[in-house]
Write a protein that binds this ligand. Structure first.
Ligand code: GDL
Length: 698
C-alpha cells in the first residue's frame, strides 16, 4: 500500500488520528497516579497517543458511579489530566454505570451527566461509557420503556454524548464486546445491529475480537463486525491482561494481529497486566506494531504466521523492547524503598555502575575468610528467558516450550535412564541439557533479584519465585529419574513442604480435572485448523444435502432404505426448511464441513412425514435440532460452538426445549451429545427400534 493509499485509508476511517495506547481496564488494584504519569511519558516517547481511564476497582468509576469526586480526588485527577496533556496523551475518562443504572429514569441520566460534567471541569475532553461485564436482563421499568437492552444503552449514550457537546473522543463499550458473546453470530446479533444503526456516528465502539482474550484477530472478522457496527472498531486488546489468573504474567510481544488491520481499525488500546512495570514489553511492542506500514499482502495473512508480515516482526519488536527494558532494570529507582548494598562484578568497562551508595570503608575479607557475595548484572539473555517463561496466553516462548518438550521426552523415555538401552546416552545428554536450562532460570532469578530497579523487581517477584520453584521440582524429578536424586526427599515425601504441592485449593481442583484442567500440550497436536461458523444461506442447500448424503453413505451398514424416516433426515436433506434464524453452517479451508439446523416447532414436520411422536415429547421439547459434521473435523469444539449458538437461537424463539434424533449405530453423534452434558436420553413409546431421542431444556 502506498503512503497515499494509507493516508486515504486513515481519512476514511473517521475523524482524527488512529487511536493508540493503553486502557487501564482490568480488575484489581488500580495503578498509582505516579505510575500513570510515568505511562504518559512512555507513551509519548514511543509514539502512542491515548490513555483510557477505566480501572474496574476504582469505586467511583463503577460501583459508586453516581458519586462525585471529593476535593482531594479532584485535585489528583486534575493533576493527572494535565500530566496527560503535557505529554500529548489524550486522556479519556470512562464510566461504567451498567451494574445498577435504570436507563429509563431521567434522574439516573442526570446523575451520569453530572458526573461527567464534573470530570469535564477537571480539564477532560474525551469520555467513554462502558457496558461490559453486566447483567443483560433489564429491570421491569426499563423493559416497559425500551424495546431491547441495546435500545436502552444507545438512547442514554447518545443523550450523554450530545450533552457533552462534541467531545474530542467518545467511546462506547457494548455488552457483547466480542464475537463469542454474540447470538447467534456477529452479523445476526440483534444487539450489535441495533448498536450499529442507532449509535450516533461520532461515537466509536470498543471490541475485543473473536473472544474476550483473542488469540488472533483476523481481517475478515474486523470487516464483518465493522459492517454491523457501521464503523471501524477500536480494539480493546486483552492479549496481555492477566487479571483472570494470579499465576500468569505476559511479557511476550504484541502478536497475531496482522498489520493489514491498521487501516481497517479506528484504533487499538491494550488492557495489559495489572502490575504496572512489567507492561514495558506489552506497550513497547504495541507501539512498534502501530508504527508498522500495513501489510500489502492478501487477506490470507490474517490467521497468520506473523513472521511473514513485512510490516512487523514480533521477534524483532521483542528484542527492541527488551533492549530498552534492560536499561530500565539498571537504573536505580527512588520509589522502591531502600536499596540493599550490592557489589557488582564489572564485566566490561563500558557497563553502568549498578549501585551509587559507595561505602567509604568497605569490608575486605581476610585470608581464609568467605569472599564477598558478588551480584552479577542482568543480561539480555536473562530478559529473553524471562519473556519466554511468561510469554502470551496461548503460547509459551521458544525456550519454555523446549523445556516442556524435553521434560516430556525424559519422562516418557525414563526406562532408558536406568536400563542400558540404545537411548541411554541420549537420555542422559538430554537430562543434562534440561538441567542446564533449569540452572539458567535460577541464575536469571538471582541476577534479577539483584537488579537496582526494585520497583520492577517487586512487580515480578511472586512470578519469578513461582517459576523458579516449579522448574526446581521438575529438575529434581529428572535427577531422580537419572538415579541422582533422593526420591523421598522432595517429590515423593508423605509430608512435603507446602511448595511441594503448589497452587492452593485452586491447584487441588485443577489436578482433579483431566489434563490438570489445562491445555494438554502433548496429547493433542496443536490446533492449526481455523473454523468459521456463519448463518445458512439458500445457496448452501446443495452443499448441506451433499454432506447429509455423504454421512448417510458413511453409515451404510444402517441400510437407510429399510429404516423409518427421521424428521431430522428430512430437514438435513432439504425437504423441510429450517425455521428462520435457526440454521448455521461450519466452514474450514476447504468449504462447508458441517451444519446445524433447527425447527422451533417440530410437530407439523412430524405430521407431514407421518412420524408418530408422543405428545409428552413435544410438550416439554417442542423443537428439533439436527447436526452433522464431516469426519475430517476431528476437533469437537467447532460442533459444540455451533450447537450452542443454534440452541440459543431456538431459545430466543421462545422454545422450552429441544430434542435430537440419533440412530443407535451413530456412536459419534451419541458420544457428542452425551458429552455436551445438557442432552439426556428421552424414553418414549413408539420410537423406531434403532432410534434414540435425546433432549434438553432451554
Ligand atoms: C473483560 C473485561 C476487562 C478484563 C478482561 C480480562 C473487557 C471489555 N472487559 O472482559 O475488564 O480486564 O476481561 O479479564 O475486556
Amino acid at each position: 500500500m502506498s503512503t497515499a493509499d494509507r493516508a486515504e485509508g486513515q481519512a476514511t476511517r473517521g475523524s482524527g488520528r488512529f487511536i493508540s495506547g493503553v486502557v487501564e481496564g482490568f480488575y484489581g488494584r488500580p495503578w498509582t497516579m505516579e505510575q500513570r504519569t510515568e505511562l504518559f511519558k512512555r507513551e509519548q516517547k514511543w509514539g502512542l497517543n491515548t490513555y483510557l481511564y477505566a480501572p474496574k476497582d476504582d469505586y467511583k468509576h463503577r460501583t459508586y458511579w453516581r458519586e462525585l469526586y471529593s476535593p482531594e480526588e479532584a485535585e489528583q485527577l486534575i493533576a493527572l489530566i494535565s500530566a496527560a496533556k503535557q505529554h500529548e496523551i489524550n486522556f479519556i475518562y470512562a464510566i461504567s454505570p451498567g451494574l445498577d443504572i435504570t436507563f429509563s429514569n431521567p434522574k439516573e441520566v442526570a446523575a451520569l451527566k453530572r458526573k461527567l460534567d464534573q470530570v469535564k471541569e477537571f480539564g477532560c475532553r474525551s469520555f467513554s461509557l462502558l457496558f461490559d461485564d453486566i447483567e443483560t436482563e433489564m429491570c421491569p421499568a426499563d423493559k416497559k420503556a425500551f424495546s431491547s437492552f441495546a435500545h436502552a444503552q444507545v438512547d442514554v449514550t447518545n443523550e450523554v454524548y450530545l450533552h457533552l457537546g462534541g467531545p474530542e473522543a467518545f467511546l462506547f463499550c457494548p455488552t457483547d464486546y466480542c464475537a463469542a458473546f454474540c447470538t447467534p453470530s456477529v452479523s445476526q446479533s440483534s444487539y450489535l445491529n441495533t448498536v450499529g444503526e442507532k449509535l450516533l456516528p461520532g461515537i466509536d465502539i470498543l471490541w475485543t475480537g473473536p473472544k474476550v482474550v483473542s488469540h488472533k484477530i483476523s481481517v475478515n472478522s474486523i470487516e464483518e463486525v465493522s459492517s454491523v457496527l457501521k464503523r471501524a472498531p477500536v480494539i480493546w486488546d486483552n492479549l496481555h491482561a492477566n487479571d483472570y489468573d494470579p499465576q500468569r504474567l505476559f511479557l511476550g510481544p504484541y502478536k497475531d494481529r496482522p498489520t493489514e488491520l491498521i487501516p481497517k481499525l479506528r484504533g487499538v488500546l491494550s488492557n495489559p497486566n495489572c502490575e504496572f512495570y512489567p507492561n514495558f514489553v506489552a506497550i513497547h511492542t504495541l507501539a512498534t506494531w502501530c508504527k508498522a506500514l500495513p501489510n500489502e499482502g492478501s487477506k490470507d495473512v490474517e490467521m497468520g504466521d506473523e513472521e511473514t508480515d513485512p510490516g512487523y516482526s514480533p521477534q524483532k519488536a521483542l528484542t527492541l523492547a527488551l533492549t530498552d527494558w534492560l536499561q530500565e532494570f539498571m537504573s536505580t529507582d527512588q520509589s522502591g524503598g531502600p536499596c540493599r548494598p550490592a557489589r557488582l562484578k564489572k564485566v566490561s568497562s563500558d557497563e553502568e555502575p549498578m549501585q551509587t551508595d559507595v561505602d567509604e570503608n568497605p569490608y575486605v575479607p581476610g585470608p581464609g575468610e568467605n569472599p564477598l557475595y558478588t551480584a552479577e548484572p542482568l543480561t539480555m539473555d536473562d530478559l529473553n528467558l524471562l519473556s519466554d517463561l511468561f510469554y502470551l496466553p496461548y503460547e509459551y516462548g521458544p525456550t519454555a516450550r523446549s523445556m516442556l518438550e524435553e521434560l516430556n521426552w525424559l519422562k516418557n523415555h525414563r526406562q532408558a535412564a536406568a536400563a542400558q538401552t540404545d537411548e541411554t546416552e541420549e537420555w542422559h545428554s538430554k537430562a543434562q541439557r534440561f538441567d542446564g536450562r533449569c540452572e539458567d532460570v535460577v541464575q536469571m532469578f538471582n541476577r534479577l533479584s539483584n537488579a537496582p530497579n526494585r520497583s520492577i523487581l517487586y512487580d515480578l517477584y511472586n512470578y519469578i519465585c513461582d517459576i523458579k520453584s516449579g522448574v526446581g521440582l521438575a529438575r529434581a524429578y529428572v535427577k531422580t529419574l537419572g538415579g541422582q536424586g533422593r526420591p523421598s526427599s522432595l517429590l515423593m515425601s508423605d509430608d512435603p513442604e507446602p511448595w511441594g504441592f503448589r497452587g492452593g485449593l485452586s491447584g487441588e481442583f485443577q489436578r482433579m480435572l483431566p489434563g490438570h484442567g489445562n491445555k494438554d500440550l502433548f496429547k493433542d497436536p496443536p490446533m492449526t485448523q481455523v473454523y468459521f461458523i456463519r448463518s445458512y444461506a439458500k445457496e448452501d442447500k446443495t452443499e448441506v444435502q451433499k454432506i447429509f448424503e455423504e454421512m448417510q453413505r458413511e453409515g451404510k451398514d444402517q441400510s437407510p432404505l429399510t429404516q423409518p424416516p427421521l424428521i431430522s433426515d428430512r430437514l438435513s436433506a432439504g425437504e423441510i426448511p429450517p425455521s428462520p434464524q435457526c440454521a448455521l453452517v461450519l466452514e474450514d479451508e476447504f468449504g462447508i464441513c458441517g451444519f446445524a439446523l433447527a425447527l422451533t416447532d417440530a410437530k407439523p414436520a412430524a405430521a407431514k412425514i407421518q412420524r408418530a411422536v408422543s405428545d409428552s415429547l413435544f410438550k416439554d421439547f417442542p423443537s428439533l435440532v439436527a447436526l452433522k459434521v464431516l469426519p475430517r473435523v476431528t476437533d469437537p469444539s467447532p460442533a459444540k460452538r455451533m450447537i450452542g449458538q443454534l440452541l440459543s437461537s431456538v431459545r430466543s424463539s421462545g422454545s422450552r426445549g429441544a430434542f435430537c434424533e440419533l440412530r443407535q449405530g451413530d456412536r459419534r453423534m451419541l458420544d457428542f451429545y452425551s458429552k455436551l452434558g445438557s442432552f439426556k436420553p428421552f424414553q418414549t413409546d413408539g420410537l423406531p427400534q434403532d432410534v434414540v431421542v435425546m433432549a434438553t431444556s432451554l
